[in-house]
Design a protein around this ligand. Structure first.
Ligand SMILES: C[S@@+](CC[C@H](N)C(=O)[O-])C[C@H]1O[C@@H](n2cnc3c(N)ncnc32)[C@H](O)[C@@H]1O
Length: 264
C-alpha cells in the first residue's frame, strides 16, 4: 500500500490539519491588512479550511480555489460558506485562470508540496493584477514548527519515517524570500506566526494525530508491543504540554510571506 503524502479524506483533514491551518490563517489575514470586496484565489485550497476564513473575514467579491485532491475539494464544496466560491481541480504550476484575474493569490501550507515552487509563484504572479498581493504561509519544517514533528520523530525511531514533502526546503524563510524576489515581487515582507491548539486529553490528541491514512498505515505495520512503546513515548514527550487537568496545549509555528506585483 502506498505511503506517499495523500489528501484523501477532507473530514479527517479538517481535524488533523485544517484546525491548525485556521489558527495561523486568522492571524495571517489580519497581517495582510486588506480591504474587503477583493478578488481572491486560494491555491491548494484543500478542504476549504482557509478559504472559509477568506470568505468570513474578507467578504471577497470573487473567491476561487484550486486543489489537485478530489476528496479535499468535495469537502470544500460541502461547506455552506463556500456555496458561491469557484472550486476547481488544478495544479499550482498551471493555474486554470486568465492573466490578471485576481487582487490576491495565497498558498496556505502548500508551497512545500509543489514540485517546482518557482513555477507556482510565477503562476500566482501571472493571475494577479498589478499592485495586487502574492502570499503564502508554510510550517517551519526545519525549526520544529510542524504540529506533528514529535510524532514524526517517534515514528521514525520505530522504523516508520514519513516521506518529506517534495519541496520541503521552500519552508525556509530565506528560500521563500528568494522565490518571491526571483518572481519580481516588490514590498516583500516575512513574518512568523505562532499557533497553540488545545486537546481534551492525550487520547483526544492521539485520535486526531493519527487520522491521516498514511499515518494509520504506518501504525498498522507495527506489532502491538511496538505500537504500545510508541504511544508511551508520545505520552512522555507531551507531558511538558499537559496541564493539571490532563489537557494538552501544543505549539506550532509557520512563516508567512507577502509581496506585491510590480506596477509596470
Ligand atoms: C496541508 S494541505 C493545505 C490545505 C489548505 N490550504 C489549508 O490551509 O488547510 C496541502 C494541500 O496542497 C495540495 N497540493 C498538493 N500538491 C499541489 C499542487 N501541485 N498544486 C496545488 N495544490 C497542491 C494538497 O492536495 C493539499 O490539499
Amino acid at each position: 500500500m502506498s505511503t506517499e503524502i495523500r489528501f484523501d479524506d477532507g473530514a479527517a483533514y479538517a481535524q488533523y490539519m485544517g484546525a491548525w491551518s485556521q489558527i495561523i490563517g486568522g492571524q495571517f489575514l489580519h497581517w495582510l491588512n486588506l480591504p474587503t470586496q477583493l478578488d481572491w484565489l486560494d491555491v491548494g485550497c484543500g478542504n476549504g479550511a482557509f478559504t472559509e476564513q477568506i470568505h468570513a473575514q474578507m467578504q471577497p467579491r470573487q473567491l476561487a480555489g484550486i486543489d489537485p485532491a478530489p476528496a479535499q475539494l468535495d469537502y470544500a464544496r460541502s461547506r455552506p460558506a463556500l456555496a458561491r466560491a469557484i472550486l476547481l481541480e488544478g495544479d499550482a504550476m498551471a493555474l486554470p485562470f486568465a492573466d490578471d484575474s485576481f487582487d490576491v493569490a495565497v498558498m496556505p501550507l502548500v508551497i512545500f508540496f509543489v514540485p517546482e515552487p518557482a513555477r507556482g509563484v510565477a503562476e500566482m504572479v501571472r493571475v494577479v493584477r498589478q499592485g495586487g498581493l502574492v502570499c503564502a504561509y508554510a510550517w517551519d519544517m526545519y525549526g520544529g514548527g510542524f504540529p506533528y514533528t514529535l510524532l514524526a520523530e517517534a515514528l521514525r525511531e520505530v522504523g516508520q519515517p514519513a516521506p518529506a514533502p517534495p519541496s520541503v526546503s521552500a519552508s525556509r524563510p530565506e528560500v521563500l524570500h528568494a522565490l518571491w524576489q526571483t518572481a519580481g515581487l516588490t514590498d516583500i515582507a516575512l513574518r512568523r506566526f505562532d499557533a497553540r491548539r488545545s486537546f481534551a486529553s492525550f487520547d483526544d490528541w492521539w485520535h486526531i494525530a493519527t487520522l491521516r491514512s498514511s499515518t494509520r498505515e504506518r501504525l498498522a505495520r507495527l506489532d502491538a508491543a511496538t505500537r504500545r512503546t510508541l504511544q508511551a513515548r508520545m505520552r512522555e514527550r507531551l507531558v511538558e504540554f499537559t496541564d493539571a487537568h490532563g489537557q494538552l496545549h501544543l505549539p506550532a509555528h509557520a512563516h508567512a510571506i507577502r509581496g506585491r506585483v510590480a506596477l509596470s
